[in-house]
Design a protein around this ligand. Sequence first.
Ligand SMILES: O=C(O)CCC(=O)C(=O)O
Ligand SMILES: [Fe+2]
Length: 333
Amino acid sequence: MPDTIELAPGLSPAHLDVIPVIDVGPLLAGDMTPAASIGEACREIGFFYIKNHGISQTLIDRVYAEAKRFFDLPLAEKEKSAIEQSACHRGWFRIGGENLDPAKQTQTGDLKEGFKIGRDLPLDHERVKAKLPLHGPNMWPDLPGWRDVMQDYYDRMVALGKLLLSAFAVSLGLKKNYFEPWLGIPMTTLGPLHYPPQSGRITEAQLGAGAHTDYGCLTLLHQDSSGGLQVKGLDQRWIDAPPIPGTFVVNIGDMMERWTNGVFRSTPHRVINVSGHERYSLPFFFDPDFYAPVECLPTCLKPGETPKYPPTTAGQHLLDMINAAFKYHQDKT
Ligand SMILES: O=C(O)CCC(=O)C(=O)O
Ligand SMILES: [Fe+2]
């Protein structure tokens, strides 16, 4: 029987001591100084906030408005963009469609719905013609202006993700552009989410987002003012990662933990929406090219040590992870 969630008690209020806010303004100007504090956060808690990131609040507000416009549509209208119809994991997934903690959430998936927007490749692109998994066109709902706003945000977030990856490289003692050869056609995904409010007795058998680690390299998350994101601290206690105006929450995913041989930490987190109202968030998942080899980086192996994980590729790693969380995808493959 899953434990009832302890909401406030047990949560450490001292989140800012462990989840730092890092000013990335210098990075945008080509100064890599913030790489040191970024690297430190990635090695310790695996989470940090970034400020002065260059993405305008006006654009972020528009993305929320468009996400809400979609989620507010009648079910029959949302079904037209259902993810089950996509050959490449794009479009709308209903409440329960993703299960980020199948071990605890045995009866139902996460209490959230979402929409996956990836790299929009035409049907005549060579990778799409070759039926490479996770490559293809987006599902765009029939809402005027929706696509333009989402695409604009998507493109800017790709650039910001690349910048953070260059800071990761520097902090790992690699050349600033080390990851660039593996960013040819990066598998980046914007996935707006909508969480209905949850009340009553809340257990780990269903949360807004069950406890999980992210699959990929790094996640850049914008959350609205509802709160509800929690991160597992080094002492195994859940701590709040509250929304801080003007920031994104950034975290390391499993692929980066694997690539760095465990030097960077992919940290468990979860979402419980007890705000009493709808919660919206905008995770942006940054993953490299499908063919990127994910094997211990040259600077992440101490003398005498052997790599902790066998080599894989970014594409294979993501497919394994998506299959674990999306039942429709398991049925398909
Ligand atoms: O909605 C959030 O705040 C976090 C979502 C999340 O962790 C995820 O989708 O991986
Ligand atoms: Fe996550």
